[in-house]
Design a binder for this molecule. Structure first.
Ligand SMILES: [Ca+2]
Length: 264
């Protein structure tokens, strides 16, 4: 008889626990939805281009029907001119062995290329690319994009983006990129399209869509589906270029075999 009561008691406790747990779960999922948490967008691949697996991609940009790429590492850094129709390399412009290439952007027929730790901003004439030093910056160079004919935005591996005057590279203002108030660190390659700054976070397969006025992340773009499971040592996603003709993004990464043409 005692056994029977014990069994009954155990059943009652279990039923009560399940009910409480269930109520608690329901309550959590229905209360306090946070409107500040941005939506997550998936990428849809609409085409691919081959990509040089020796390219340690640091920046990607399309300008007047040409795809430009910056590659990094000491002794291997380059500026490259690519055919956006088939991915072929049209020209390669090597950097001195002492410089580590980073992001690029094109403004007023000049290609601006950041370098990692030298503080030097490199400038190339678009029609006849010859290396010159344009300016210096006071921080590491990671990513760069242009938001107007007079202003570029740079990243340096933190959550801060700096808006700079194109003629001096002096900082005009900074924004702190955040999701619901929390900083998004290690911002790297940048792209400006449709009024938003797009940035990828180092070692992440997410691209962040950022409101340039506030630094708020308005959407997360999940690019993890692009990584091939059979790739040998795939590097991180680090190339974002908006293609106005295709109305699509070109995405690639360090030493990836493929440039993906994607819509969101
Ligand atoms: Ca870019």
């Amino acid at each position: 008889m005692l056994k029977k009561y014990r069994l009954l008691l155990a059943c009652l406790i279990m039923t009560l626990s399940v009910t409480l747990f269930s109520c608690s779960g329901t309550s959590d999922s229905n209360s306090n939805p946070d409107p500040m948490i941005p939506e997550t967008l998936q990428v849809t691949v609409i085409g691919t281009l081959p990509h040089d697996t020796s390219a340690y991609t640091q920046g990607l940009e399309i300008h007047d029907g040409i795809l430009w790429e910056s590659t990094g590492l000491y002794g291997y850094s380059t500026l490259r001119k690519l055919n956006p129709s088939n991915g072929s390399i049209l020209e390669t412009y090597p950097l001195p062995d002492t410089l580590f290439g980073e992001g690029i952007t094109i403004v007023n027929d000049k290609i601006y290329q950041l370098t990692w730790q030298s503080g030097l901003v490199l400038e190339w004439d678009l029609q006849n690319p010859v290396l010159q030093v344009s300016d210096t910056i006071e921080t590491n160079g990671w990513g760069i994009c242009s938001v107007s004919s007079s202003t570029v935005v740079t990243s340096n591996g933190t959550a801060t983006l700096s808006f700079r005057d194109i003629t001096t590279f002096d900082t005009l203002q900074t924004i702190s990129v955040n999701i619901d108030g929390g900083p998004v660190n290690q911002l790297n390659e940048l792209e400006y399209a449709g009024g938003y700054i797009y940035a990828n976070k180092y070692y992440s397969n997410y691209i962040y869509r950022i409101d340039p006025a506030t630094g708020n992340v308005t959407a997360l773009i999940d690019a993890s589906s692009l990584l091939g499971s059979n790739w040998i040592n795939p590097g991180v996603l680090n190339g974002i270029a908006w293609d106005p003709e295709r109305e699509a993004f070109l995405l690639t990464g360090k030493n990836w075999p493929t440039i993906f043409i994607v819509t969101l």
